[in-house]
Design a protein around this ligand. Sequence first.
Ligand code: GFB
Length: 331
Amino acid sequence: MAGAIQTPDFPLAGRRVFVAGHRGMVGAAIARRLAAVDCEVLTAGRETVDLTRQRETEDWLAAQRPDAVILAAARVGGIHANNSRPAEFIYENLAIETNVIHAAWRTGVKKLLFLGSSCVYPRLAAQPMHEDALLTGPLEPTNQWYAVAKIAGLKMCQAYRRQYGCNFISVMPTNIYGPGDNYDLEQSHVIGALMVKTHRAKVEGAANVEIWGTGTPRREFLYVDDLADAVVFVIENYAEEQTINIGVGRDVTIRELAETVAGVVGFRGSFAFNTSRPDGVPQKLLDVTRLARLGWTAKTPLRDGLARAYAWFLDQGAAAGQTPPRQQASG
Ligand code: GFB
């Protein structure tokens, strides 16, 4: 990416970097991206350290002593998962954030990057949503539990920075998609779901595909490898208290998205809109001016990213089973 910044303030080269949540879509992409950096990447599956357990987390970080932590471990899911499992979403996310951020301070981690989500902003925030919109209005009811947990994580970074001088920062990514997505229709986000549904319809010769809601909500979609690139850019170059949005700066309606996915998959039937399912937020588009000023912009057009995601789905996703790991990627 073209960079306004010539010298990173926190180069990762030569450091030990713990990617928490490396089995999720986002964490896996970050680990892939870090393979191009001359650093030591630390990962640990839940069988090694359960990040919802405080003692395990503190012991593991104390033993490993990473220089940097990228906190991509989270309970994530689409609109239905958020709406139907509020306790899991608020508990697991608060537990992971609290344990990792506190242990990072106790063990002297030099820099931590926490991944939040664009759903932290008010349901009816002015679009595109600037970082200053945080806590200026009520949240979207379907994902308020997840949003509250993500706001708490962002605030923890700020609190540890103010009280202890920790170089802990946060980013707020928009909706993410790509290889390693969740294809369980009850848990997934819209792109994973549309890929499964249109692919199945094509294979079975079905005439139409069900789309939840009205098709009118607008969403912004960022390809996961672009997000990983942005995360590495931000941790190396940004050290301020205010969170920073990561997005592409463009959105589409869910109907337009469905048409694009259908084009990529080769499904030629029609769509049936099921309005008994929720639309969620009417529009979610991030203001990415701050990140662009720092020198980073997304590079993967939606159609190209969808084509790559579909190729991965055909190759591995369909065979990968339908149950996602608990510590999935943020988004
Ligand atoms: O991606 P999605 O589940 O999450 O849904 P949100 C986006 C839009 O796509 C909603 C519609 O308007 C859905 O009603 N949609 C249409 C579908 N068909 C489908 C389908 O088959 N499956 C799904 N899942 N959606 C999530 C939050 O909100 O966004 C999380 O719940 C997180 O907290 C995440 O922030 C990024 O964009 O509505």
